[in-house]
Design a protein around this ligand. Structure first.
Ligand code: NAG
Ligand code: NAG
Ligand code: NAG
Ligand code: NAG
Ligand code: NAG
Ligand code: NAG
Ligand code: NAG
Ligand code: NAG
Ligand code: NAG
Ligand code: NAG
Length: 817
């Protein structure tokens, strides 16, 4: 009712004109709007909820219940005084008419059309474009002016981002200063056209993210070659103009790209009619390596190697090895040995995002790779080359002079880049040697012997140098000054806040240690995690890690306020969650009745979004490794927040993807992780699948093995699924009020997440997409059922879990239990 009356009020206060145009004799006042022909967009005056004294003339989506402004006229000069504002075409005697927004004829905003016009009309089109044209012009697209040429923070389908080379007219997107103030912020997105054109996001004048250049197939910065399900990216370049544009795969979907100043990201959004919210399909920059020049000049960024993401290109060494080892990579790399010019060679790097094209020379004409290489070799200052069009055999030639900036590996996309090195570097190239070996011939056995020897030399040499580096790094770290911005709490204040870790204040026993409720002197409530003392990690590494984790901020993650390290104590201080954890709701006989489907679905989506942030959108890739219902906390509005993220990372120095220390909770652990110690984002997806099935069924997964009745939750769900009775899985307490199609989708997604083979499991971003759209879901393959295959003796640590009292505890050999 409240909502309806709000809309009534909203609409009553506006005279929604049935028209999409104003002519010379008409005007638009603050109580009127224009609506485009098919009612997609509306033009009128609006206020921002935070500051309703300011009024703006803008365009917003007509049929979306969330006010979504896509363009503003008087961005810098709001209507403030009580005098009503009017938009009108001001006619003059000599047909030099203008469009003005004024208050009692004091002008706030005006436009002068590109040429004189006899009889102007202003029209709002269904694309969201506001155009000024001559009334009797035969060619309706012969605009005198159009709002699409003056983007604000939003790019709509059909809008151009780029430059007119004849007039130097530059169309760029600029963020709002903040959500209260639409004036121009310092985050911008535009096209650099001097050389091989590239899309650049900037903060002020500083480059922030390079989306890259068009290589015939896609933008070089795009992480995948898969087409987007929503957006179709386009590029156009000739002598007169260069621009980027996007269109929609399904033209009845509403989608936009918007720059957001507070997160410093470019968002790709599509409207979700069912959920009535904007779904995020892309967030740029995505990760550490996307940050412009993350590894400095001549450094190559590979996000799979985090936190040691940066490497110098072959033939280069860190400019400052001290900085480099302290993971401060901005200084980049220098040539190790001088080039010789004619005798130099090239090393090929595959799957690369090509360097910043500012120092690039670009020939968009037929030139094969061989010719391109020769051109580069002939000029001693040419540092690298590649095809500028990678379609088919490859075509075009891009050459770089000077430092190579902003390089990164794109594991699922990218192209070959050839980097110049002195001939001596080529000699030590194992790959080339092997090739020569093959060319010379020789029997397979001799060769494999040779390879084996090479392999051992290589590995042994490497591990020796790695060890050396590690000890140097440790030494350097000790010398470093503390400069971390993480709040450090004083132990005495925490002791008094928690009443000396009183048992009465104990909230529970999570993985890695007990959690206490505390009240700070200022009355603020906190949750204190007291880490068990088993960790062998040094104080500095601990602080560094905690500082990194504290930077992870998302509305579906529990906020870390700070830490306290004193007298052998390691404490983490979090925001306090009044509704405690999810397991207390869904597995409780009375509480579960309060959990209707919409709440459960909201929680599922929230967890998925939090996990997406951990896996993809934060600057680090965080694998949670202990996702379970008791680690999902609920705030006062029942929004889910993932807790304990990053703890596996804090407590374990080992960053490789194979670990002998299995942390996690049996029942939630993917088989390949529980049994072989192989963890990846896909093992988190598995745990998410279990969580999802638990939320839907209201049944606890009691561990993967040795169940008396021989079944577990996955098997239970799989049996119902294969028998075509998935509805019977849904918690009986909510079946009557449930959105059946959503619930069935969730069951199917849950089963997709727990498939045996990690490669078959969807990524969390795909999960988010499946949850938020109506796309056809794949059929799940058989899930990981390893009941009875492995006995308890083989994996003795898991035996603890059979005792009901500790069923929910996390396994961690770091703890002194
Ligand atoms: C709309 O506003 C104009 C000027 O502000 C005023 O003259 C007119 O009476 C208003 N119309 C309605 C229906 O409120
Ligand atoms: C609202 O806008 C006015 C005028 O721009 C400004 O003076 C005032 O500080 C703003 N208020 C808030 C809460 O932002
Ligand atoms: C409208 O046009 C007239 C005639 O050219 C001019 O004198 C007047 O200043 C204009 N009004 C505004 C508000 O620009
Ligand atoms: C039309 O008006 C613009 C500014 O409003 C002025 O610069 C231009 O000289 C005028 N042209 C003519 C032909 O009057
Ligand atoms: C509008 O401007 C005129 C002339 O400048 C002035 O006399 C009048 O009071 C103004 N009206 C309002 C409502 O401020
Ligand atoms: C930027 O994003 C944040 C978080 O999603 C949101 O609160 C804010 O309104 C956005 N800012 C703008 C200017 O849209
Ligand atoms: C950009 O603006 C934000 C505030 O909106 C400010 O904190 C930041 O320092 C600015 N950055 C630059 C490089 O100007
Ligand atoms: C396009 O989207 C609309 C609305 O979401 C949907 O009804 C329609 O089936 C979609 N069309 C295609 C071809 O996917
Ligand atoms: C190169 O030029 C051709 C034709 O002039 C054009 O079709 C193509 O898009 C251009 N490629 C790039 C990468 O600019
Ligand atoms: C090499 O290329 C640079 C940059 O294009 C150019 O300035 C220089 O003259 C070239 N040198 C030779 C020897 O061609």
């Amino acid at each position: 009712m409240a909502l309806i009356s709000f809309y009534l009020l909203f609409f009553l206060s506006k005279i929604v004109s049935a028209t999409d145009t104003i002519t010379q004799s008409q005007s638009l006042t603050e109580n009127q709007t224009l609506v485009s022909k098919n009612e997609n967009f509306q033009l009128g005056f609006f206020t921002l909820p935070q500051n309703s004294s300011n009024r703006y003339l803008g365009i917003w989506y007509n049929k979306i219940p969330v006010q979504t402004v896509v363009w503003l006229a008087n961005r810098e000069k709001p209507v403030t005084k009580e005098i009503p504002a009017v938009l009108m075409i001001n006619k003059t005697q000599n047909n030099n008419d203008t469009l003005i927004l004024h208050q009692n004829y004091s002008v706030l905003w005006s436009i002068t059309p590109s040429r004189r016009a006899r009889n102007m009309v202003l029209q709002l089109l269904d694309s969201g474009n506001l155009v000024l044209r001559e009334k009797n012009d035969e060619n309706e697209e012969n605009y005198l002016w159009q709002s699409f040429d003056y983007p604000c923070d939003t790019l709509l389908p059909g809008m151009k981002l780029g430059k007119d080379l004849r007039t130097e007219f530059d169309r760029r997107v600029t963020a709002w200063k903040n959500e209260y103030d639409p004036s121009i912020g310092n985050l911008s997105w535009g096209m650099d056209v001097t050389n091989w054109p590239q899309q650049m996001q900037r903060v002020g004048s500083m480059k922030q993210y390079n989306r890259g250049s068009w290589n015939g197939i896609d933008y070089t910065g795009r992480p995948t070659i898969r087409p987007s399900p929503v957006f179709e990216f386009k590029y156009f370049a000739d002598d007169e103009q260069v621009y980027f544009m996007f269109s929609l795969v399904n033209s009845s979907v509403k989608a936009r790209m918007v720059l957001n100043q507070s997160s410093y990201k470019l968002l790709h959004l599509a409207w979700d009619e069912a959920a009535r919210e904007w779904n995020v399909y892309g967030l740029l920059p995505r990760d550490f390596c996307d940050d412009y020049g993350a590894c400095g000049p001549n450094g190559n960024c590979d996000v799979s190697k985090l936190p040691y993401a940066c490497d110098c290109l072959r033939g280069f060494r860190p400019k400052s090895s001290r900085d480099w080892k302290a993971m401060n990579y901005q200084g980049g790399c220098l040539r190790d040995k001088p080039l010789n010019c004619e005798s130099d060679g090239f090393i090929k790097y595959g799957k690369m995002k090509v360097p910043d094209t500012e120092n690039c020379w670009y020939l968009n004409q037929s030139k094969n790779l061989e010719e391109c290489r020769d051109t580069c070799l002939r000029n001693c200052s040419c540092m690298a080359y590649t095809n500028s069009d990678i379609r088919g055999e490859g075509n075009g030639c891009a050459l770089w002079f000077g430092d190579l900036n902003d390089l990164r590996v794109q594991p699922n996309a990218g192209q070959d880049l050839y980097v110049r090195v002195p001939a001596s570097e080529l000699d030590t190239n194992n790959g080339d040697r092997m090739k020569i070996g093959f060319a010379v011939g020789g029997t397979i056995t001799i060769l494999s012997g040779l390879l084996l020897v090479l392999y051992f030399i290589f590995i042994r040499g490497r591990s020796a140098t790695m060890k050396k580096c590690a000890s140097v790094a440790d030494h350097l770290k000790e010398e470093q000054e503390e400069d971390l911005e993480l709040p450090l709490f004083d132990l005495s204040s925490i002791v008094s806040a928690t009443d000396n870790f009183s048992i009465n204040n104990k909230l529970g026993e999570g993985g890695f240690g007990p959690v206490y409720k505390g009240t700070l002197e200022n009355g603020e409530e906190i949750a204190v995690k007291r880490l068990s003392r088993g960790s062998k990690q040094g104080v500095k590494e601990f602080k560094t890690e905690v500082a990194l984790i504290a930077k992870l901020q998302h509305r579906n993650l529990v906020k870390l306020y700070g830490s306290c390290i004193q007298d052998q104590e390691k404490l983490l201080i979090y925001e306090y969650m009044p509704n405690k954890s999810l397991d207390l709701f869904i597995f409780d006989q009375t509480q579960r009745m309060l959990m209707d489907w919409s709440k459960r679905f909201h929680i599922i989506c929230g967890i998925a979004k939090g996990l997406l942030y951990l896996h993809q959108d934060s600057r680090l890739i965080i694998i949670h490794r202990d996702l379970k219902t008791s680690n999902i906390l609920l705030d006062s509005e029942m929004n889910p927040k993932i807790s304990d993220f990053g703890l596996a990372r804090i407590l374990e120095v080992d960053q490789t993807s194979k670990t002998s220390r299995v942390v996690g909770t049996y029942g939630y652990m993917a088989p390949e992780y529980a049994l072989d110690g192989n963890f990846s984002v896909k093992s988190d997806v598995y745990s998410f699948g279990i969580l999802l099935l638990e939320i839907i069924t209201g049944k606890k997964n009691k561990g993967n093995h040795r169940q008396k009745d021989g079944t577990n939750l996955i098997e239970y769900a799989w049996n119902f699924w294969t028998e075509g009775r998935p509805l019977e899985l849904i918690d009986e307490y909510m079946i009557d009020y449930c959105n059946i199609s959503e619930a069935l989708r969730c069951i199917q997604i849950g089963l997709l997440c727990v498939q045996q083979n990690p490669h078959d499991r969807p990524t969390i971003s795909f999960v988010v997409m499946m949850l938020g759209s109506e796309i056809q879901l794949p059929l799940p393959k058989e899930p990981a059922l390893f009941v009875g295959k492995y006995s308890c003796q083989e994996y003795s640590s898991s035996c603890i879990n059979d005792a009901p009292s500790v069923n929910e505890l996390s396994i961690s050999d770091l703890e002194a239990r």
